[in-house]
Design a protein around this ligand. Structure first.
Ligand code: ASP
Length: 343
C-alpha cells in the first residue's frame, strides 16, 4: 500500500485568515488554530497535514524579502519530511512571493503551492475553503511515486498557475489571478486535470536554496510626459544595481535625446536595465519598432514575456548571488525557472 502523503501547511497571513475587528471594522489577521477550525473538511483527507504559523500573521502588503528567506529556510529544513508545501498568503503580493521563491529554490522537486482568498475563511460565501482544500490535494498529488507538480505555483479559483507567470488582476472577483503568457498547470472541475506538457520536469540536482536577495533595485514605469527630473532621480539613486524599465507595447520608449542619453549613461555607470512591457500579455521585442532600437543599442536587456513581479525578483536574485555583470545580463535573457520565454 502506498504511504500516506504528508504536507506542511504554512500560514503567513492574508484575508483567508482575517476577521472583522469589531472596534475598527477593518480586516485583521487572526490566529491559525481558528482558521483550521473553520475547515473541518481537512480532517477527512487521507493526507497527513502538519502546520506552521508565522508568529505574527501579516497582510501581504507587509511582505518583505526577509520573510521569503524565512520561507525558503523552512522549506529546506522540512524538505525531506514532506511531500509538498502549501503556503497561505495574502493575494495582494502573492505573485511576488511566488516569483521570488521560484528563484530562491533551485532544483525544486516538490510542490510549493501558494493560496489564499478574497473573503475570510470564516465567512459563509468564502472562496478560501475550496482554495485551501484543492491546494492541499495538489501539493500531495503524486504520479508514479513522484510529485505531480514539482514547482512553485499559485492555486486560486479552480486554476493552478506557474507562480512566476502569474499576476493579480482583480481586487474583487474570486478569479483574482491570471497567467497571460503561460497556460494553467491544472484545472479543477469534477476532476483535477493536470496539463502535463506545461509542468516543469523533475529536477536532476538536489534542492539548493539562495538567500542573498539584493534590494537595491527599482521599477521605472514610463508614461507619456514623464520628465527628465523623474527619470534622472530614479536612475541616479545611490547604490542602485538594476531596474525594471516598464515600457509601452512591445518594449517601446520615447526616442527623445535626453531620455536615451540618461539610459545610456546609467548603463555605462554599471546599472542593469531590464525591459518589461506594461501590457499583461505579449512580449518585448527590442528592435521591432524604431522606438525600441535605441534601447537595444545602448545595452538595455529585453525581458521577453516576463511579468514585472518575476522581473523585479529575478533582478534581486541575480544581482544578489552574482557579481559579474556579463553573467547577470546573460541569465536575464535566459529562462532560468520557467519565468520567461527563452533558451
Ligand atoms: N490585503 C490582503 C493581503 O494581501 C488581501 C488578500 O489576502 O487577498 O494580505
Amino acid at each position: 500500500m502506498a504511504k500516506k502523503s504528508s504536507i506542511l501547511l504554512i500560514y503567513t497571513g492574508g484575508t483567508i485568515g482575517m476577521i472583522n475587528d469589531p472596534i475598527s471594522g477593518q480586516l485583521k489577521p487572526f490566529n491559525f488554530k481558528r482558521l483550521l477550525d473553520e475547515v473541518p473538511e481537512l480532517r477527512k483527507f487521507d493526507i497527513k497535514i502538519d502546520t506552521f504559523s508565522f508568529e505574527k500573521p501579516i497582510d501581504s502588503s507587509n511582505m518583505h524579502p526577509a520573510i521569503w528567506i524565512e520561507l525558503v529556510k523552512l522549506i529546506e529544513k522540512n524538505y525531506l519530511k514532506y511531500d509538498g508545501f502549501v503556503i497561505l498568503h495574502g493575494s495582494d503580493t502573492m505573485a511576488y512571493t511566488a516569483s521570488a521563491l521560484s528563484f530562491m529554490l533551485e532544483n525544486l522537486g516538490k510542490p510549493v503551492i501558494l493560496t489564499g482568498s478574497q473573503l475570510p475563511i470564516g465567512t459563509i460565501r468564502t472562496d478560501g475553503k475550496e482554495n485551501l482544500i484543492t491546494a492541499i490535494e495538489i501539493a500531495a498529488a503524486k504520479r508514479n511515486g513522484k510529485p505531480s507538480v514539482p514547482e512553485v505555483c499559485i492555486y486560486f479559483e479552480f486554476k493552478l498557475f506557474r507562480g512566476n507567470r502569474t499576476i493579480k488582476v482583480n481586487a474583487e472577483h474570486f478569479r483574482a489571478f491570471t497567467s497571460p503568457n503561460y497556460p494553467s498547470l491544472a484545472d479543477a472541475g469534477v476532476h483535477l486535470n493536470y496539463n502535463d506538457a506545461a509542468i516543469m520536469h523533475y529536477p536532476k540536482g538536489k534542492l539548493k536554496i539562495h538567500t542573498d536577495m539584493n534590494l537595491n533595485v527599482a521599477v521605472l514605469k514610463l508614461f507619456p510626459g514623464i520628465t527628465k527630473e523623474v527619470v534622472d532621480a530614479i536612475l541616479g539613486i545611490k547604490n542602485l544595481s538594476a531596474i525594471v524599465l516598464e515600457t509601452f507595447g512591445a518594449g517601446n520608449a520615447p526616442t527623445e535625446k535626453w531620455f536615451v542619453h540618461a539610459i545610456e549613461k546609467a548603463i555605462k555607470n554599471g546599472l542593469i536595465i531590464f525591459n518589461v512591457t506594461q501590457c499583461n500579455a505579449g512580449r518585448v521585442e527590442q528592435g521591432l519598432y524604431q522606438t525600441s532600437s535605441e534601447l537595444a543599442r545602448v545595452g538595455v536587456v529585453g525581458g521577453s514575456d516576463i511579468t514585472t513581479e518575476a522581473a523585479i525578483t529575478k533582478l534581486m536574485f541575480l544581482t544578489g548571488k552574482e557579481k559579474n555583470h556579463k553573467k547577470i545580463i546573460l541569465q536575464l535573457g535566459e529562462n532560468i525557472r520557467g519565468e520567461q520565454e527563452g533558451k
